[in-house]
Write a protein that binds this ligand. Structure first.
Ligand code: 5AD
Ligand code: SF4
Length: 427
């Protein structure tokens, strides 16, 4: 029986897609390898959002080519956004990649693998991978994709070009997936989509989906979702969150920039004051809610003053955490055609300033928990020591605590005794 091994890059959406691919391959008679050394087929599920992510995968592939000498049946498969974007070209360049399979063609994988090589990269706007239970990797937490694709066309972003238009997964199918996960001990469910607020299946929108899941499934301790677009964050969603017993007190709400002209050039469809009023509405409805964000440094044309506006926004809002990115020029996007690209050195310098500021803010936020009791959903042993456990608070902060194996997959109350800019240390 042939064995496969998948390496996943990029966002949680890719983690979820790799679980689908695992299901497709095991259903077709392949079995998962515990390590690369055992694998006959090595799959790379890739990300194209930034150039750096693509370069890393190319490096990884060249490091694994030696396996082809030992095992002449050893195959390398490119999946995900990078396959979609440049898979055909990479195969033609003879880099050792045998197959390139696009994001809507995973069902075709067993057929294609039956051939000696090739690609399948057509978009299929109706593909939502229904009637296919993903093979969840985690033991206590599950990602459940609810919608695919994106219609927003932010000017810097490659995603709409490589993942196609928005489409939502049928409710019954989502329900089946969540029920199975919960039955198997995964009480922490994260709903995934490029823009979950656009979920629409028949007459069911995203707030209705959340309410129905809470009503229809027993045994969910924690319900999260990513990612929300600020322009679609409705009052209805805020009140649904506030009234829920299981939805986490956390939202990931990408701001990208604190300057209105840059936001306009990014095609984000909101200005900073509108974003801020969403944050205030969330905080009024749910005091203490954690808000995390994505920010881009050095978008084309960004002046020093416009960059300062982003730093000022960070100080004003005090995000619990911010994923800070250096702008990366992606071929085919609108922003790649702007002729006022910012030099690398300035982008790097601004990125570092953002990271330093956020670190300070995160540390202050985390330290404010010292002495308080938090509720932790225990997910794993701590990476540093087997005698400690790790998990997340209801507002999505990583916590480490003392405890025993029997507490995995359950909620534990513990007091915070110390904190770093990323972890609450509990007793
Ligand atoms: N350059 C830098 N960051 C980007 N992102 C998306 N496209 C780019 C790009 N071209 C970031 C955005 C988005 C996150 C997933 O990745 O901040 O929210
Ligand atoms: Fe990209 Fe914008 Fe869509 Fe997010 S909402 S995937 S940043 S185009």
């Amino acid at each position: 029986m042939k064995k496969y091994y998948i390496e996943t890059y990029g966002c949680q959406m890719n983690v979820s897609d790799s679980e689908l691919v695992s299901a497709i391959l095991t259903n077709a008679g392949y079995s998962p390898a515990d390590t690369i050394d055992e694998a006959d087929i090595l799959l790379f599920n890739t990300c194209s959002v930034r150039d750096h992510a693509e370069q890393r995968v190319l490096g990884r592939i060249s490091n694994e080519l030696h396996r082809k000498q030992k095992n002449k049946d050893f195959k390398i498969v490119l999946l995900g956004c990078m396959a979609q974007r440049i898979g055909k070209r990479l195969i033609n360049e003879n880099l050792g990649i045998d197959y390139a399979i696009g994001v809507d063609q995973y069902r075709d994988l067993p057929n294609i693998l039956a051939d000696d090589g090739g690609f399948s990269l057509e978009f299929n706007p109706s593909e939502v991978y229904d009637n296919l239970m993903p093979l969840h990797q985690g033991n206590y937490c599950a990602y459940v994709t609810i919608m695919r694709g994106c219609n927003n066309f932010c000017s810097y972003c490659i995603v709409p070009y490589v993942r196609g238009r928005e489409r939502s997964r049928p409710y019954d199918d989502i329900l089946k997936d969540i029920r199975e996960a919960v039955t198997n001990g995964m009480h922490d469910i994260t709903l995934l989509g490029q823009n979950v607020n656009s979920y629409k299946f028949k007459d069911q929108d995203f707030p209705a989906l959340l309410k129905n899941i809470e009503h229809d499934v027993e045994g969910i301790y924690r319900l999260h979702f990513v990612t929300s677009h600020p322009k679609d964050l409705s009052e209805e969603l805020i009140s649904t969150m506030a009234n829920s017993k299981i939805i986490c007190r956390h939202i990931h709400l990408p701001l990208q920039s604190g300057d209105d002209d840059i936001l306009k050039r990014m095609n984000r469809s909101y200005i900073y004051s509108q974003y801020l009023s969403r944050v205030q509405a969330l905080r009024n409805a749910m005091p203490g809610i954690a808000i995390t964000t994505d920010l881009i440094a050095g978008f084309p044309g960004e002046t020093e003053q416009q960059f300062e506006a982003t730093l000022a926004a960070m100080r004003e809002i005090e995000f619990d955490y911010a994923f800070c990115f250096k702008y990366s020029q992606r071929d085919g996007t609108t922003a790649a055609r702007y002729n006022d690209q910012i030099p690398e050195e300035i982008r790097l310098n601004r990125l570092q300033k953002m990271i330093d500021l956020q670190r300070e803010i995160t540390l202050k936020k985390y330290r404010s928990f010292i002495g308080k009791e938090v509720e932790i959903y225990v997910e794993d042993f701590s990476k540093k020591s087997k005698s400690k456990l790790s998990g997340k608070t209801r507002d999505f902060k990583i916590a480490v605590l003392s405890g025993s194996e029997s507490q995995l997959g359950s909620i534990v109350r513990s007091k915070v005794v110390d904190a770093t800019a990323g972890t609450l240390i509990c007793d």
